[in-house]
Design a protein around this ligand. Structure first.
Ligand SMILES: O=C(CO)[C@H](O)[C@H](O)COP(=O)(O)O
Ligand SMILES: [Co+2]
Length: 229
């Protein structure tokens, strides 16, 4: 099976007005997104702080969309069960955030969630070569994590291609996701390199024609790039 080929558009809710988070999730669902990414930051792994499990559990009540937790936290093991209980069906662990990546990924699966791994821009693909059998998703970061609205790092495209090749050599289905600076001007490069699951924050929330137009634009451009690739 290898790489999951469907194009998925996943919003990061970081740019939303946090006093209206539930409404933002409802609006994103109406705009046709495929699931929601929660950027969980602890002020240690990255220099910023965002949501905990209670916030995510509250938002769980207003939508049937799937939730993924992009965990930018140190010692993720101690929070795995809390994010699963909050309603996240997929947990994404940074390879740099845990000493025993293989064990942490196994604990995510044991807790009943799908398993993703994220790589910072400086981390090579070989860091995950020996855990691919445990994975449902590989996230290649195209910005240094911590903040929305940063510029896309196009030199990550060779790593996206390596992730694609690696995932395609396995018989189970694996998503190749990109996160950071994805917009109408960068999506083509990411998809041509092999990305299929596209996380976008600022470019969706700041689109002059609104969320639905923004989601449709990313999905259409990605579809064209995939057909050309
Ligand atoms: O993980 C993240 C930051 O660490 C965000 O998901 C990402 O930056 C999305 O925001 P934008 O599309 O504005 O770059
Ligand atoms: Co993210």
């Amino acid at each position: 099976m290898g790489v999951k080929q469907n194009i998925l558009v996943i919003p990061s809710v970081l740019p939303a007005d946090f006093s209206q988070l539930g409404n933002a999730v409802v609006e994103l669902e109406k705009a046709g997104v495929d699931r929601i990414q929660w950027d969980v930051m602890d002020g240690v792994f990255v220099p910023n702080l965002t949501f905990g499990p209670d916030t995510i559990a509250s938002a769980r009540k207003v939508t049937t969309l799937g939730f993924e937790a992009h965990l930018m936290i140190v010692d993720p093991d101690q929070y795995i069960e809390k994010y699963v209980a909050a309603g996240c069906e997929l947990l994404i662990i940074h390879a740099e955030s845990t000493r025993h990546l293989h064990r942490t990924l196994g604990r995510v699966r044991q807790a009943g969630a799908k398993v993703g791994v994220a790589l910072n821009p400086a981390t090579p693909i070989c860091a995950i070569e020996n855990v691919v059998d445990l994975l449902d998703l590989i996230l290649i970061m195209t910005v240094n994590p911590g903040f929305g609205g940063q510029a896309y790092i196009s030199t990550m495209e060779s790593k996206i291609s390596s992730a694609y090749e690696l995932a395609n050599s396995f018989s189970h289905e694996i998503e190749i996701e990109v996160d950071g600076g994805i917009s109408s001007s960068t999506v083509e490069g990411a998809v041509s390199a092999g990305a299929r699951t596209l996380v976008a924050g600022s470019s969706l929330f700041k689109h002059p024609d609104g969320l639905e137009a923004a989601v449709t634009e990313i999905r259409n451009l990605a579809g064209q790039a995939k057909r050309k690739a």
